[in-house]
Ligand binder design. Structure first.
Ligand code: HEM
Ligand code: HEM
Ligand code: FE2
Length: 488
């Protein structure tokens, strides 16, 4: 930290922990992109790393790294905001710190096993020591248990801190949400040899995490960030938060049914899943309205332009990636053709990036501003082209990948499902179709743009605000004093 001239030692305990979580998140984000690029390249050069690092393993590392870095980012974000929100110091810092190291060590061991042992026979030993074979949460059982312990410690830190300090609306929603988030993880640890039953429970983690508990969590982070970055009054953000949460749980819980169309569950799920998941975009619209409404208020001062830009990117990314791209294939009549094609990958990329990568990045900018001694990150910021180019490259890169995958998915649904009637031969016909392959090439090109955006982002986070002139710092201080006087 001293190398980067960051003001780390003056941070409160919660914020110190947060910075640690953010650093691991940023590193794993890089690993995710690296493995994404390898997986993408394997579509174009199928023999690449054959029998050394096969596609299934590369893909697993790509998406597991994503889930884990986002969890790190969320945990870090909560540690970052909790002391301000509770107006007291974090309770149980030492325990929290211990959990951080256990968690990080476990992740490191799991990655090494993924890369060097990769897979094992279908028995209990593989399940406990190598991987569980459940997409997105493949971590072996021993690591699962470790994760649960660390999450429980995190929960203790959060609940105990709010209990000691101040309870707010955001605090209440956050604590209840963390109970659900931790509890649902247990559904993914349950073992049964019946694949339909297995998938039934596995979706409780995957869908209910990303479409309910993670959405609520980012709702809390967004509410807090808007107060922080724009000075939006608490009354406004909390009212919105309650509305969003009610709508999110109202549609998201039974919306789960859109994953029960074709896995051997009863037919009534077609109706339930189709109907409720079609309502899922409604809270996402509310979130866009909320953010845009606040950003448009002229008397709110914005001292952190990059964070605000990423918060806006989050509101729109969430709406388009989850809401619009999700809605496109959520009715069973359409999903019959698109299920499990590149169409799903198109939605998956835009949704995870738009909804969750973006808000994490916003939090990193909020944190880094503090680490720079709270200098203004506004139009007077030197080298602003860096954060702007990182923002542009990352968003254009992911949007480009999304469109390329959508074209491939369209071609795939058309040839494999509509024309060939879902046969094995039809699958291969689609995989080698001209437009499908063109989409795969374009995905790779935009993948490189995304990766370049990431490199710029990391460089910017390490250097932003380092050389803000003293005159600007002085002027900013005066403005804030003056602002407080007129408001008070
Ligand atoms: C931020 C929220 C969301 C994220 C991160 C997300 C992400 C994903 C991902 C990664 C998949 C692929 C899962 C797999 O590997 O099989 C998926 C599937 C799906 N998502 Fe979402 N999603 C979100 C919200 C939504 C919403 C709001 C809708 C509906 C309006 C939706 C509709 C669907 C459907 C129908 C599928 C199944 C695709 C198939 O049959 O292959 N998603 N989602
Ligand atoms: C460097 C850029 C990236 C490349 C080249 C890339 C490539 C890939 C590839 C090849 C797959 C496997 C798809 C398949 O099974 O056919 C994949 C899956 C996935 N990637 Fe990426 N990716 C990149 C960045 C990202 C980012 C930034 C995110 C989100 C933040 C993301 C989220 C996902 C998800 C959720 C899946 C699973 C999708 C599904 O199951 O349908 N990727 N990616
Ligand atoms: Fe879902």
């Amino acid at each position: 930290m001293s190398l980067l001239k960051f003001d780390y030692s003056s941070l409160t305990p919660g914020k110190k922990l947060a910075v640690k979580y953010f650093i691991v998140a940023i590193i794993l984000f890089g690993a995710q992109l690296l493995f994404g690029l390898i997986a993408g390249a394997q579509y174009l050069v199928p023999g690449l790393f054959y029998n050394k690092l096969d596609f299934n393993v590369v893909r697993m590392v790509h998406i597991n790294a994503m889930v884990i870095w986002m969890l790190y980012g969320f945990i870090g974000s909560v540690y970052w905001l909790i002391e301000d929100e509770a107006q007291t110091e974090l309770v149980g810092y030492k325990l929290g710190n211990l959990a951080f190291w256990i968690f990080t060590l476990a992740v490191a061991v799991v990655v090494v096993v993924y890369l060097f042992i990769q897979i094992g026979p279908g028995n209990q030993t593989s399940l406990w020591l190598i991987n569980e074979g459940r997409e997105y949460i493949e971590a072996p059982r021993w690591a699962d248990i470790g994760i649960v312990v660390c999450v429980l410690i995190f929960f203790y830190n959060v609940a105990a801190t709010f209990m000691k300090g101040r309870w707010t609306g955001i605090a209440g929603v956050l604590v209840l949400d963390l109970v659900a988030l931790a509890g649902l993880y247990l559904a993914g640890m349950f073992y049964t040899p019946n694949i339909s039953v297995d998938q039934y429970w596995w979706w409780w983690v995957i869908h209910l995490w990303v479409e309910a508990t993670w959405e609520v969590l980012v709702g809390c982070i967004m509410a807090w960030s808007l107060m922080q970055v724009l000075g939006t009054p608490r009354k406004i953000v909390q009212t919105w938060l309650y509305i969003e949460v009610a709508l999110m749980f109202g549609s998201g819980i039974l919306g789960l049914g859109h994953h029960y169309f074709w896995i051997g569950t009863p037919e009534y799920w077609l109706t339930i899943g189709g109907f409720f998941s079609a309502l899922e975009p409604v809270p996402l619209v509310a979130m866009v309205v909320h953010a845009v409404y606040d950003a448009g208020k002229h008397d709110f001062k914005n001292r952190n332009h990059p964070a605000m830009a990423w918060l806006i990117a989050h509101a729109f990314g969430n709406f388009f990636g989850a809401g619009v791209w999700g809605f496109m294939h959520t009715l069973p009549q359409i999903n019959l053709y698109t299920h499990g094609t590149q169409w799903s990958a198109s939605h998956g990329h835009l949704a995870f990036f738009g909804a969750y990568a973006s808000i994490n990045i916003a939090m990193w900018y909020i944190a880094v501003q503090k680490l720079r001694g709270d200098v203004p990150f506004d139009s007077r910021l030197p080298h602003a082209w860096r954060w702007k180019s990182a923002l542009a490259l990352l968003n254009i890169g992911v949007l480009g990948m999304t469109m390329a995958l959508l074209i491939s998915g369209y071609e795939q649904s058309f040839i494999e499902r509509a024309i060939e009637g879902s046969t094995w031969a039809g699958y291969f016909k689609a995989q080698t179709a001209k437009w499908f392959m063109q989409g795969m090439w374009w995905r790779q090109v935009f993948g490189y743009a995304t990766a370049l955006g990431y490199v710029l982002l990391v460089w910017d986070l390490m250097t932003i605000g380092k050389d803000v002139p003293q005159s600007v710092i002085e002027a900013d201080r005066k403005e804030r004093l003056h602002g407080q006087k007129t408001r008070g």
